[in-house]
Design a protein around this ligand. Structure first.
Ligand SMILES: Cc1ncc(COP(=O)(O)O)c(C=O)c1O
Length: 352
């Protein structure tokens, strides 16, 4: 077989999947669509014109999103999850070993997209407590002739967030395009979107997969200056968004207020679980502004095995650099979270 050079060495997303009893390993929402939204989606799907390419549906969704940020549809690009958006951005600003800077630890796919785009992934390390070092980030961007700088805010997998003022400080002090990946923003609430009109090199990626519980439909979007949207959209196939996902996301977006109670519930569960875990000996819980918690203990592998024995899937980072002995746990339903707390308690008491 004559595959593309470098394909076999390409790093891969490594997550262990099986039919878990409790699945809290992918920062999904552990509830299906709110009933009213579900009903509207089902009714809308019965009117889909399956024979047509989805021109209109794409425009409707872009317009709805643009309007909510007082932007125009030329400022919006849709993708198959924000994954596709980020991958295409790395492609668009990559090639020729150009530098793309992102923090570490952060979303593991940045490294993979940089590799796939023939770019050089350059990391700006977080501090030891996983707080973000804006000056280090700015310096790394400026000394590497960077073509794209990326900040995940709030950050996956550490959970911490930086204020809008820090995002503005960065964008003022770098000249390359600056992508802020706001996949978890609904759980934090302080988006950098108001800065978009002021800074044409600021780009913001959002997703329907997390707070809107629509991971299965694969819909995300990019907000940016129209010249950037125009260039990046050249890297997509025509009609890359399918009509089922477009109309579903459109209904979800129109009805996004229906999600407010569950977002509030997830935030309050995160606070409750964090407080409970902090009481357990040998367990460190990092501050989080997301729908998950990063937990560190003396032996992460053994704790992960204790979860596996109970058929609970959490995200274990194995020996990943700077994440040794860390597990990331998404917030499930209250009863699921109670079981998770119990597993950790028993583990710490040596009774699992
Ligand atoms: C920080 C971050 N960005 C982007 C994504 C991609 O999400 P999706 O492709 O489902 O929009 C994820 C998913 O886990 C994420 O954690």
């Amino acid at each position: 077989m004559n595959y593309r050079t470098g394909l076999s060495e390409r790093p891969q997303y490594d997550v262990v999947e099986k039919p878990w009893c409790i699945k809290v390993n992918a920062n999904e929402t552990n509830m299906n669509l709110p009933p009213l939204v579900f009903e509207r989606v089902m009714s809308r799907l019965s009117h889909v014109a399956f024979n047509r390419y989805p021109n209109e549906e794409e425009d409707f969704l872009k317009e709805a999103i643009a309007k909510s940020y007082s932007l125009t549809k030329q400022n919006v690009l849709l993708g198959g999850g924000s994954s596709e958006i980020i991958e295409k951005l790395f492609y668009s600003f990559g090639g020729d070993d150009k530098a793309i800077v992102y923090p570490m630890p952060s979303f593991s796919m940045y490294r993979i997209y940089a590799y796939a785009a023939d770019a050089k992934g350059v990391v700006a390390p977080l501090k030891e407590d996983y707080s973000f070092d804006a000056e280090e980030f700015i310096e790394t961007v400026n000394k590497n002739n960077t073509s794209l700088a990326v900040l995940c805010n709030p950050n996956n997998p550490t959970g911490g967030a930086v204020p809008v003022e820090t995002v503005e400080h960065i964008v003022k002090n770098i000249s390359c395009p600056f992508l802020v990946d706001e996949a978890y923003m609904e759980f934090y609430g302080k988006s950098a979107t108001p800065l978009l009109k002021k800074y044409p090199n600021l780009l913001i990626a959002r997703t329907f997969s997390k707070a809107y519980g629509l991971a299965a439909a694969r819909v995300g979007y990019l907000l940016a200056d129209e010249k950037i949207i125009d260039m990046v959209s050249r890297s997509f196939m025509p009609y890359h968004m399918n009509v089922l996902s477009l109309v579903t996301a459109d209904i979800v977006y129109q009805m996004r207020h229906e999600y407010e109670p569950r977002i509030a519930m997830i935030i309050s569960e995160r606070k409750r679980v964090a407080a409970e875990l902090a009481k357990i000996d040998g367990i460190k819980v990092y501050p989080s502004e997301t729908n998950f918690l990063l937990v560190k203990c003396g032996n992460g592998e053994a704790l992960n095995e204790a979860f596996v024995r109970k058929n609970i899937g959490v995200r274990s980072f194995g020996k990943a650099k700077n994440l040794e002995n860390c597990l990331r746990i998404s917030m499930g339903l209250r009863e699921e979270n109670d079981e998770i707390i119990d597993v950790i308690k028993l583990f710490s008491e040596g009774r699992d």
